[in-house]
Design a protein around this ligand. Structure first.
Ligand code: SAM
Length: 232
């Protein structure tokens, strides 16, 4: 399964950012900035961005972080990670190739863990997702914070229908056309309608051991930022 997902990201890596910016009308950038602003409140000097891809979230974190903060970037796909370093603007990101469910870090290492638009990829089943969320909590220091930016489900039934129609009629064909990867955008678009409503995802975060969870819906609920605290 993982090998299949890795192969998909190798196929789409070159045009991945362009497709996202087109399909979200540029909103994905401002959502990452919003998540990074919330992340900056967590403080601390060692931050981890998992499933970092081409590093756009790490770039937003860099903009809002203290000069002393070190940003560790993890992904299992080398083709995506190869595009990260041009975003560091001289502040070295520490790049690590690793599986998000088995992070090569000691318990209680980071003040902040972030993930953006990749939780759908670690959601092969609810159990698999919970295992990953517990892994993110394991590497957080008590008092640290986990920030999740992901597509979500609009609560209004009509908006939800329109959103799902847009995924089917635009995301899949436009992504396929721009990247040449039919399998890639069939997979990526299929994960969006299957993902959790914001309240259900909050429940999973609590089940994974996070104490306080805040939901921030974006664009009528098409996406959401969850801020989960690992209490001291
Ligand atoms: C949709 S991209 C998101 C990239 C980036 N976070 C963003 O905001 O655009 C998903 C990324 O997660 C990575 N990924 C998916 N499953 C993973 C796993 N189990 N372990 C590590 N990386 C994973 C993929 O290689 C890909 O780069």
């Amino acid at each position: 399964m993982n090998r299949g997902i890795q192969a998909i990201f190798s196929e789409v890596a070159e045009r991945y950012e362009l497709v996202n910016h087109i399909l979200t009308f540029g909103l994905d950038r401002s959502w990452r900035k919003q998540a990074a602003r919330l992340a900056a409140r967590a403080g601390g000097t060692l931050w981890l961005d998992v499933c970092s891809g081409t590093g756009e979230m790490a770039e937003s974190l860099r903009r809002y972080s203290d000069e002393r903060a070190r940003i560790v970037v993890v992904d299992f796909n080398a083709a995506m990670l190869a595009r990260v370093s041009d975003k560091s603007a001289g502040r070295d990101f520490l790049l690590t190739i690793a599986e998000a469910g088995r992070l090569p870090f000691a318990d209680r290492t980071f003040g902040l863990v972030t993930i953006s638009f990749a939780t759908r990829n670690i959601n092969a089943s609810t159990d698999a997702l919970l295992k990953h969320l517990r892994e993110f909590r394991r590497v957080l220091r008590p008092g640290g914070c986990f920030i999740n930016l992901e597509t979500s489900q609009p609560r209004h039934p009509v908006i939800k229908k329109l959103f799902h129609a847009y995924i089917k009629l635009a995301v899949r064909p436009v992504g396929t056309f721009l990247t040449g990867s039919r399998a890639g955008y069939a997979y990526l678009s299929s994960t969006i309608p299957r993902f959790y409503e914001a309240a259900d995802f909050s429940r999973l975060l609590r089940q994974a051991g996070f104490a306080r969870v805040d939901e921030n819906p974006l664009f009528f609920g098409a996406a959401a930022i969850h801020v989960a605290q690992y209490e001291k």
